[in-house]
Design a protein around this ligand. Structure first.
Ligand code: PLP
Length: 422
């Protein structure tokens, strides 16, 4: 990663300049293993930092509330067209500011207050925006849950899902997760949704890049109605959200209305330009190789954790992430594990696990994944090495932290974050 050009910030705002330079160094020298993070290209950062941040563009291409839209319309239409091509669908709204606002707009487009959503149990991998009691959306809609039948294999309890669907008659059956490491049976979701007259929505925030790269199944291929996603995780774009509609023009119209003016104001056009640039990158053949390598690297890490007898939820992984029960296996809490790994330059996050016996702030698990390290060009050899260093650090019975840290820094130096992917 070449240093960004901070000439003006350096001159006028030393405090922010120092923090930016520090963050660049942190990202360069450490191994980023948080599965929802990635490194974007220089081109994506250029678009995100462009003059389009100056422009108001309320509305949609060809239908705006302000003048001067000759370039914003071009940018947004290109982003829409590329998104449709990437995910093989008829409609795309690229304006959601992030994953949570995308879900909020999707709920309001498809539901009336008081309606029911059937989503993944939060302790079993579902996301906060799928109706966590602490979120505002929970005051408006009613959330009921499905979960895994067997936490050691990750198999979803589809019989229970069907039973709850028939009992509660949800308007939406929601697939998607932020801490679950197996593939879902989308066809089964569609089958059950048809029985009760529900929409099928997939929140693919985590695995959008795997789908775009052909390394994970596209829920649209099994007949899902809507996909919501972030653009900044495996998809390797700027921080942002997006809503895709397979084919229904009426749903697409409602989605557009609830994004703007329903729940948002002016779109962040700089961010939409950056999404367009990232989608172009994701349409290149090299992105397919990237997506496949993300999975291979996760498998290589799984093998090391298995050998070390560290329990993994779902028994391992079929995607980009692993959820390890460090408390159950090593007597180390998630918070302690996060801290010792941080000290050697490996960034992971503490995470609740199914059947959690501890608290949300200091749970039993850690969650880690391979999207960012794979962007650096690392393959199975390096994934295995990182997993071994993680185990050595967690067990605290090997070399001193300083030695492990040095080895990791050398690895990072050998695999600099690339500036470009095309
Ligand atoms: C499945 C899922 N949905 C939604 C979100 C929310 O995205 P954001 O943090 O961009 O609002 C996340 C983020 O972690 C996620 O994993």
């Amino acid at each position: 990663m070449q240093n960004d050009d901070y000439t003006y910030i350096e001159k006028q705002d030393k405090e922010i300049y120092n923090a930016l330079v520090g963050e660049e160094e942190r990202e360069r020298k450490g191994i980023e293993m948080i599965p929802s993070e990635n490194y974007v290209s220089r081109a994506v950062r250029e678009a995100n930092g462009s003059v389009l941040t100056n422009k108001y563009a309320e509305g949609y291409p060809g239908k705006r509330y302000y003048g001067g839209q000759m370039y914003t319309d071009v940018v947004e239409q290109i982003a829409i067209d590329r998104a449709k091509e990437l995910f093989n669908c008829a409609y795309a709204n690229v304006q959601p500011l992030s994953g949570a606002p995308a879900n909020m707009a999707m709920y309001f487009a498809l539901l009336e207050p008081g309606d029911t959503v059937l989503g993944m149990h939060l302790e079993h991998g579902g996301h906060l925006t799928h109706g966590h009691p602490t979120t505002s959306i929970n005051k408006v809609f009613n959330f009921v849950r499905y979960q895994m039948k067997d936490v050691e294999t990750g198999e979803i309890d589809y019989d229970e899902l069907r039973r709850v669907a028939h009992e509660h008659k949800p308007k939406i059956i929601l697939a998607g997760f932020s801490a679950y490491s197996r593939e879902l049976d989308y066809a089964k979701f569609v089958e059950i949704a048809k029985e009760v007259g529900a929409y099928t929505v997939a929140d693919m925030a985590h695995i959008a890049g795997l789908i775009a790269g052909g390394a994970a199944r596209n829920p649209f291929d099994d007949g899902f109605d809507v996909i919501t996603t972030t653009t900044h995780k495996t998809l390797r774009g700027p921080r942002g959200g997006m809503i895709l509609v397979r084919e229904d023009a009426d749903i697409a119209k409602r989605i557009n209305k609830t994004v703007f003016p329903g729940t948002q104001g002016g779109p962040h056009m700089n961010n939409i330009a950056a999404k367009a640039v990232a989608f172009h990158e994701a349409l290149q053949p090299a992105f397919k190789e990237y997506a496949v390598q993300v999975l291979k690297n996760a498998k290589a890490m799984e093998a090391v954790f298995k050998d070390a007898d560290i329990r993994m939820l779902c028994g391992g992984t079929s995607n980009h992430l692993i959820l390890a029960d460090v408390y159950g296996s090593l007597g180390l809490s998630g918070k302690e594990a996060e801290a010792v790994l941080d000290a050697v330059g490996i960034t992971v996050n503490k995470n609740m696990i199914a059947g959690e016996v501890r608290s949300a702030l200091d749970p039993s698990g850690i969650r880690f994944g391979t999207p960012a390290m794979t962007t650096r060009g690392m393959k199975e050899v390096q994934a295995t090495k990182i997993a071994e260093l993680m185990v050595e650090t967690l067990r605290k019975d090997g070399r001193a932290q300083e030695e492990i840290k040095k080895e990791l820094e050398e690895l990072c130096e050998a695999f600099p974050v690339p500036d470009t992917f095309v």
